[in-house]
Write a new protein. Structure first.
Length: 180
């Protein structure tokens, strides 16, 4: 059991750090957003805001691949075969597709403030990812990974929307620099 403690503790730290950094980044980001309409708002500030979006997106999307880091530990713990280990990662992609369909039908990112959608999705994704560490079965693990995928719909597409809002001129260059 001692071999499982290190990777699982690492996953807990990554989930907590991701949620904490995203909250701090979004506080800074919201201050910049409030000043967006000021006449002093210039091109440099826009690129700083885009940098905040990119860093927050990368940190949040790290939960997408976090199960891969500890998959061998869970393989031993739950006695999984290679297909079941792959399903832990595939569940996130399936969740993302389900979430994307739901988001497109409801217009989630268009109905609500995209910054709020991103922040809530990032925090929820980090929380669900942290709960994965405490799951005691393969079925619950798959369900939690599926939920991580669903929360990522509020992150990646919404981040691209935020990038386009921050860069009405030079939009292609800004989107090209966005992670993903």
């Amino acid at each position: 059991m001692a071999t499982l403690d290190k990777p699982i503790s690492l996953l807990k730290i990554v989930a907590f750090a991701t949620a904490t950094l995203n909250c701090k980044l979004f506080y800074s980001f919201s201050v910049l957003w409030r000043n967006k309409g000021n006449s002093d708002f210039n091109r440099d500030i826009r690129w700083i805001a885009l940098g905040f979006i990119a860093v927050a997106e990368v940190l949040t999307l790290s939960v997408w691949f976090s199960a891969s880091v500890v998959s061998s530990s869970f393989q031993q713990l739950w006695h999984l075969n290679t297909i079941e280990v792959a399903m832990l990662t595939a569940a996130v992609q399936i969740g993302f597709v389900i979430g994307a369909l739901g988001s497109s039908f409801t217009g989630l990112a268009d109905r609500f403030n995209p910054r709020v959608v991103f922040a809530i999705s990032a925090a929820t994704g980090a929380l669900v990812n942290a709960l994965f560490v405490f799951s005691n079965s393969f079925g619950l693990g798959i369900l939690l990974r599926l939920l991580v995928g669903i929360t990522m719909v509020g992150v990646y597409p919404v981040a691209i929307k935020l990038v386009t809002q921050w860069s009405p001129l030079g939009r292609g260059a800004a989107i090209g620099r966005a992670p993903g």
